[in-house]
Design a binder for this molecule. Structure first.
Ligand code: SF4
Ligand code: SF4
Length: 180
């Protein structure tokens, strides 16, 4: 299954909200910065982003240095827990956020599910006050694509991963290190 197919329910809901005027155009991007961003990704989501970065020539030494700097600045590698369900999620400035005017530089088709499932519920939201994760929608997506659980399991076994979810910058670096 292609990365975009796994994201279809989320993409449809995002579009439905946008059609109602519930979009991010007026917001400086609070959920992509340390103000509110604590996004974590599974091995499969991480692989989607990494593959996209490689295919588009963006997986460069400069980017890796930037990811490492983010990990260090926000202490993303010092998360309590065992990589399964950490009880403290650290917030961080996402290295893929290009500022208010350019937004996220990761296309919707490979974006982390949590990013796609976090949307405003008010029209022309500008402060992020009405925004939140649609847990029902995210759960429904997992039910529909249950095979994804086994894909994550296979990736963990194949690459001997110690984690099930990590902050995106750390997940990408760990994935490369593990031979993705
Ligand atoms: S991947 Fe994109 S949408 Fe998600 S936190 Fe980073 S910049 Fe924001
Ligand atoms: S989801 Fe909310 S906080 Fe995030 S960019 Fe959109 S309006 Fe801003």
């Amino acid at each position: 299954m292609q990365p975009a197919d796994r994201r279809l329910p989320l993409l449809h809901e995002m579009q439905r909200l946008a059609d109602e005027g519930k979009h991010c155009a007026a917001c400086p991007g609070h959920c992509c910065t340390a103000v509110a961003n604590s996004m974590q990704t599974t091995p499969l989501e991480t692989q989607d982003v990494l593959q996209y970065l490689r295919e588009t020539g963006r997986w460069t030494e400069e980017l890796k240095i930037e990811l490492q700097a983010t990990v260090q600045k926000f202490r993303l590698d010092q998360i309590p827990g065992n990589g399964k369900r950490s009880y403290l999620r650290r917030t961080y400035d996402c290295p893929f956020f290009a500022g208010k005017n350019h937004g996220c530089t990761i296309p919707r088709e490979v974006k982390p599910y949590g990013c796609l499932g976090f949307n405003p519920t008010d029209i022309n939201e500008s402060e992020g006050k009405s925004c939140g994760s649609d847990q029902n929608l995210l759960a429904r997506r997992e039910e529909v694509w249950a095979e994804e659980l086994s894909e994550n399991k296979s990736l963990r076994e194949k690459h001997k991963l110690w984690w099930e979810k990590l902050p995106l910058p750390l997940a990408l670096l760990e994935a490369e290190q593990a031979g993705f």
